[in-house]
Design a protein around this ligand. Structure first.
Ligand SMILES: [Zn+2]
Length: 468
């Protein structure tokens, strides 16, 4: 079989699988076409991507992939580009291939000009080999509850190997405020370092959830001049062998007018406003801006394009449920929880929370990570928020909240998703912000309740992997 015929068969088989999966309404419809296409032609993804004249952008890192890929895609589309992405969050190679198959016509020709893919860190090396991207965005390397001890360093080394395999002209937009990221890309020719030089919203010191406290070169404890979040900030090794590089583009001031809005002043003079909130999203917006600039779009158009983005599925999404406006803030690891709780408390004036902890495989079976989250914030908060503890591990959460010093009278345990949402709807001042903070599978369950009640549209094709 000639290579073209093989690719054509792979695309047709993938499309047939997509149709069948949609008709059967089977979850996983977002990756099955990719599985099938790759089974017919293992090189299908690379061959399809070679037909994209504008090339490929890959977005990777522990947290923020989905939002950052969305920001880049929106900015490019608003500048007239035909962009393909894996917006369902299916970020393993099969998911990327499924998105490419959907974009291709029956002859394997791509309709889009360019692709923006979020990709799981552990699949970056294969994605780089197949796709030969023009731009790679590396957001952060944080500990996930799915990691065991030492795995973060292994993941970092694997990301580093992938970056060293990039084509010579590829740009690496890297958040150098993360010392683990910096250690993997410091000497690479395509490095576009980005970081936060603003003094707004700094943490008083490294939080409990900070992973990388030691110099990657010599192991000495790093000194932090600024801590922005987790182990990200401005640091240096006291021995002088490792220093955070000066960003090519930095955020110099963070304005946060609301829980879901940012106004960033950048070192190149641009001002970028985005409809996403929280300091963690300042990194995502900055990285997206630098990536769009690396693709040749001028500062004014890049900023305007990013301004058109609206948040997605569970990430700062607002739904009206059981008579109450609720905001969903997905969190999937200690650093993520710290940041959404901080955003809800400092920027959102949240007085009622539903925190849902599940222990399914996509959430992590072991919930000991709850002890790394700064739930003490809820005890310190001047608004004295009320909390509905939900999910299959609601009782573990209630114990954690008790030890965090949250008044037990303010905590209700409710393991049933619908009853938990109904409880939140009537908790605290109805005019105050009600915030839902779920782990990944808990979000899917809560959202199913929202779909049944008509507040949200169905998202039956659940992505495989753990999108961030
Ligand atoms: Zn050192």
């Amino acid at each position: 079989m000639s290579p073209d015929l093989r690719l054509r068969s792979a695309v047709l088989a993938g499309k047939a699988a997509a149709t069948a999966s949609r008709m059967l309404r089977r979850g996983g419809g977002t990756t099955i076409p990719g599985d099938v296409a790759l089974a017919v032609d293992p090189r299908a993804l690379g061959k399809l991507a070679a037909g994209l004249p504008g090339g490929v952008v890959l977005v990777t890192g522990t947290n923020g992939k989905t939002t950052t890929a969305g920001l880049i895609t929106t900015a490019l589309r608003s500048n007239g580009e035909q962009v393909l992405n894996n917006s369902s969050g299916a970020n393993l190679l099969f998911g990327l291939c499924a998105a490419a198959v959907a974009d291709a016509d029956g002859a394997g020709r791509m309709r889009s000009r360019l692709a923006v893919f979020e990709v799981d860190e552990l699949w970056l090396e294969q994605a780089v080999a197949e796709l030969r991207p023009r731009v790679v965005v590396l957001l952060n390397l944080l500990r996930d509850q799915l990691d065991r001890s030492g795995e973060l360093e292994t993941t970092a080394a694997q990301v580093g190997r992938a970056l060293r395999r990039l084509p010579p002209h590829a740009a690496i937009v890297a958040n150098v405020d993360d010392p683990l990221v910096t250690a993997q890309c410091l000497d690479l020719p395509g490095l576009v370092p980005v970081g936060i030089d603003a003094d707004d919203f700094l943490l008083p010191g490294l939080p409990h959830a900070a992973d990388a406290r030691a110099c990657p070169r010599c192991g000495t404890a790093l000194l932090f001049e600024r801590v922005v979040l987790a182990h990200c900030g401005t640091y240096a090794c006291p021995t002088g062998d490792f220093v955070r590089p000066q960003p090519a583009t930095a955020v110099t001031a963070i304005g946060a007018p609301a829980i879901d809005a940012l106004r960033l002043q950048l070192s190149d003079g641009a001002v970028v406003s985005a409809a996403v909130g929280g300091v963690y999203n300042a990194y995502n917006v900055l990285a997206a801006y630098a990536a769009v600039r690396a693709l040749g779009i001028d500062p004014t158009r890049a900023a305007a394009g990013i301004g058109g983005f609206r948040p997605r599925f569970g990430r700062q999404e607002r739904l009206r449920l059981f008579g109450r406006e609720m905001r969903f803030l997905l969190a999937k690891n200690p650093a993520g929880f710290d940041e959404v709780l901080r955003t809800a408390d400092e920027l959102g004036d949240a007085a009622a929370y539903l925190i849902a902890i599940n222990d399914r495989i996509a959430d992590g079976r072991d919930v000991s990570w709850l002890w790394d989250v700064d739930f003490e914030r809820l005890a310190r908060s001047r608004r004295r928020p009320k909390v509905v503890a939900a999910g299959s591990r609601a009782h573990d959460l209630a114990v954690r909240l008790k030890y965090a010093g949250v008044d037990q009278q303010r905590v209700t345990v409710e393991t049933d998703p619908e009853r938990a949402l109904r409880r939140l709807a009537t908790t605290g001042d109805p005019a105050s912000e009600a915030v839902v903070v779920p782990t990944y599978t808990a979000m899917l369950e809560l959202r199913r309740v929202a779909e049944r009640s008509g507040a949200a549209s169905a998202f039956w094709s659940e992505p495989v992997g753990t999108p961030s």
